[in-house]
Design a protein around this ligand. Sequence first.
Ligand code: ZN
Length: 105
Amino acid sequence: MSFRNAGAIFNDPSGHAFLFRKIVGTMYELDLKPPAMSAFSACSHNRPTDLATWHRRLGHVGMGSIKTLLSKHLIDGLDVMSKKIAGMCEDCILANRHAAPLTRS
Ligand SMILES: [Zn+2]
C-alpha cells in the first residue's frame, strides 16, 4: 500500500495497483460488500453425504438423533445419501474411554 495526498493505493504482491481509496477525515474509506454466493460454494454445501459425515459435522451427535432429525425433517439441507452405518466413530470410542485398561502386576 502506498499513500498519496488524496488517498491510498493498494498493490498486489507484484506491485500492481488494484485499488485506490480516498481519504475521508483521518480514515481511508472502503466500500466493501460481502461476496456473492457463487454456484460453486452453494453446491459444495448442498451435496448429500453419509451419516458418518453428518455425525462429525454435528459435533459427534448420536446416530439416533440424526435419524430423528431426518425422519421429522427438522433441518433444511440435511441430505443423506445412505443411512448405512459402517462401524463406530473412532473419536467417539476414544472420548468415551474413561479409564485406562487394568494391568496385572
Ligand atoms: Zn463421533
